[in-house]
Design a binder for this molecule. Sequence first.
Ligand SMILES: Cc1ncc(COP(=O)(O)O)c(C=O)c1O
Length: 445
Amino acid sequence: MPDIPPANAPSLDAYWMPFTANRQFKAAPRLLSAAQGMYYTSVDGREVLDGTAGLWCVNAGHGRRQISEAVARQLDTMDYAPSFQMGHPIAFDFAERLAAIAPGGPAAGLDRVFFAGSGSEAVDTALKIAVAYQRATGQGTRTRLIGRERGYHGVGFGGISVGGLVNNRRVFPQLPGTDHLRHTHDPARNAFSRGLPEHGAELADDLERLVALHGAETIAAVIVEPVAGSTGVLLPPVNYLERLREICTRHGILLIFDEVITGFGRLGAPFAVDYFGVVPDLVTTAKGLTNGCIPMGAVFASRAVHDALMHGPEAQIELFHGYTYSGHPVACAAGLAALDIYAGEGLLTRAGDIAPDWSEAMHSLRGLPHVIDIRTIGLVAGIELASRDGAAGERAYDLFVDCFERGLLIRVTGDIVALSPPLIAETGHIDRIVSTLGEALKRLA
Ligand SMILES: Cc1ncc(COP(=O)(O)O)c(C=O)c1O
């Protein structure tokens, strides 16, 4: 008989963990074993407040019975069905329901939906659709893809090529024909801004520089996160996104918003498109699409983009792209149930109601040791700490461990704390986040 480890003390050897210092983790693991509402339970039975909605995805909170029942029903009814040259009603239903709440509303026309299995796949899908669109409209020289420094678009080769986080790029080869806009982080002018940073709209003009350098006729698309999340919550300066849209339109460049984090209510509007009133040509989503409980991604495409590809002989496949799990019936069931919860509880706009209190609470941490900037929007916050000399990231990591030990899950990236609790958070939860974090900051070396 092999040794069977007790359920709560698994062997840690086999699992090669993603985006984790594996050896450090396995020497002192942090393991979660249950989740309900706003809380996780750790394997040693402690309650841990979820300050991050998992990884920005569990927007309606954990353990939603409506979703688990829908998933169980779908598994019993039809566990899987192929999506190539075959269909199943629930994928069409889910696409229609998404189209009905599509970013920007009916006027934006972003109501054609391509399903993927994750945010990274949604990003690669959107990039490929953009290039295919340009070719279909007689602009085959437009293959270049522009991202932005400090952007995060997942970990596919497409996503890292347009992404702008050096650690995700330095080891790996990238797509030829990409370039990057400058990032918008400008603490010298914008630190501790309330609302959007006032300075920096002119950074959108960096696209003009790239047009002058490469020629507009080589550029297919620009992709940006409307609010950059993974790099540590960078808000777009006032008028930046508007200006980027205008320059893209002027040069025939498609604009892609990566809303994998901002989609489904995080900012207090259903999508960042709605929040900012700026309409791109393609929108990528994932995470909150299924409340994080079944992996799935989706791209919203404008009718103009979609329709341009619906040409040629009808028997011909229009886009040679798709995944085994595109439109997975179980993921669709989870997504439909998540949309019902979001609608029933007003969660796609609720963050807007609590945003003023959230912002006030976060800014109350100003003046505590090491805090050099605080940024909030919707139910998101970035709290930037001064780095230790020669040891970038260590200070925030220590804070993360301390908070976890005291019952609060935060996320850190470099020396920035990123907070994004489930959208069901109440005042008491926010107070607890602030007090736990505040005490931890005071203890922090
Ligand atoms: C903006 C953005 N795009 C893409 C991704 C990648 O999503 P996934 O991890 O589901 O592949 C993420 C993940 O955090 C993200 O924040």
